[in-house]
Write a protein that binds this ligand. Structure first.
Ligand SMILES: [Zn+2]
Length: 131
């Protein structure tokens, strides 16, 4: 059973703002989705928190449920000419997902920090246990 070892909302909030979940002062990423190896301010090792595909799944889940499903309620979406509506919708969704993904990844890393899950826990992964 995983216990919360750091304040949950504070850690996730700092991650969502692209800040180190430990100190909240330094940037979490050095590039678009590349996590700093260690925090430049507090030297906390940030690369130890696994993200894998979790942020991508959460981003797709949020986009699908909060944007695409409600979008289908508007008749203009399915009554308009697809030549115009499909590029506009797909372009908007692409921009939205590219903007949301680093925030979700930051929040995910904040969650891993709060729960104390790190790369040492990789042995608990069921696919690895099968080996
Ligand atoms: Zn820090």
């Amino acid at each position: 059973m995983t216990e919360i070892v750091h304040p949950l909302l504070r850690s996730i909030g700092r991650g969502l703002r692209h800040k180190c979940p430990s100190c909240g002062d330094a940037p979490l990423f050095r590039r678009y989705l590349k996590v700093n190896e260690a925090c430049p301010a507090c030297e906390h090792r940030l690369a130890q928190y696994p993200a894998d595909d979790g942020p991508a799944y959460v981003t797709i889940l949020l986009t699908g449920h909060l944007i695409i499903a409600p979008l289908l309620l508007f008749p203009i979406v399915w009554e308009s000419d697809p030549i115009y509506s499909v590029p506009i919708i797909l372009g908007s969704l692409t921009i939205l997902m590219l903007a949301a993904l680093p925030r979700v990844k930051g929040g995910w890393i904040g969650l891993m920090y709060a729960l104390g899950v790190n790369d040492q826990d990789a042995r608990l992964h069921t696919a690895d246990a099968a080996d």
